[in-house]
Ligand binder design. Structure first.
Ligand SMILES: [Zn+2]
Length: 178
């Protein structure tokens, strides 16, 4: 994914989040976004621990299922990731894209480009830059001499994402060094 594609995805997501005037954590808006896009969403109790989520187009029906047996930050990221496949119009195989643990594993450099794009979409959607800046300011006014770790803990709880996902985004935005 080159910088142009990243910019495209970032701009697309900014448009999607335009209606977030109350500045809620974006994961709380996902239900509304799904409704607007006529997507059927369901969490499913799946035994297969490798299975994370799936995006399906069946005639005119669009469906996202995620495995309910994931810890919340991971589940949230998977939901946003599947939404990324939808918005980015990724090619489907037999009407679906199945995402397992290896598809969502950022350290797996062999992943298809579509999986990396869906991850980037999820990162932009769940952790938008303007909201990070605002929450950081809030945190700074209440905490003098804070550490990066303390800031990351505060932000991950607000955005309901994992520490890893948050740290990755903060590094990308040059907010923390590593
Ligand atoms: Zn995927």
């Amino acid at each position: 994914m080159d910088w142009k594609r990243r910019n495209n995805i970032q701009n697309l997501v900014d448009g999607i989040l335009d209606f977030n005037v109350l500045r809620k954590p974006p994961i709380e808006l996902i239900g509304d976004i799904m409704k607007k896009r006529n997507i059927v969403f369901e969490e499913r109790d799946e035994n297969d621990s490798e299975f994370c989520g799936i995006y399906i187009e069946l005639n005119d029906t669009k469906i996202i299922f995620v495995n309910s047996n994931m810890y919340e930050p991971r589940k949230n990221f998977t939901i946003a990731h599947e939404l990324g496949h939808h918005y980015l119009g990724h090619a489907l195989t037999d009407g679906a894209i199945i995402c397992d643990k290896s598809a969502l594993d950022a350290s797996n450099k062999e992943r298809p480009e579509a999986e990396k794009e869906a991850d980037y979409f999820a990162s932009c959607l769940l952790i938008p830059k303007d909201l990070i800046m605002q929450k950081r300011k809030d945190f700074e006014t209440r905490n003098k001499n804070y550490s990066d770790d303390a800031l990351i803990d505060y932000l991950k709880d607000f955005f309901k994402v994992s520490k890893e996902a948050l740290r990755y985004r903060l590094i990308e935005l040059n907010i923390v060094d590593n």
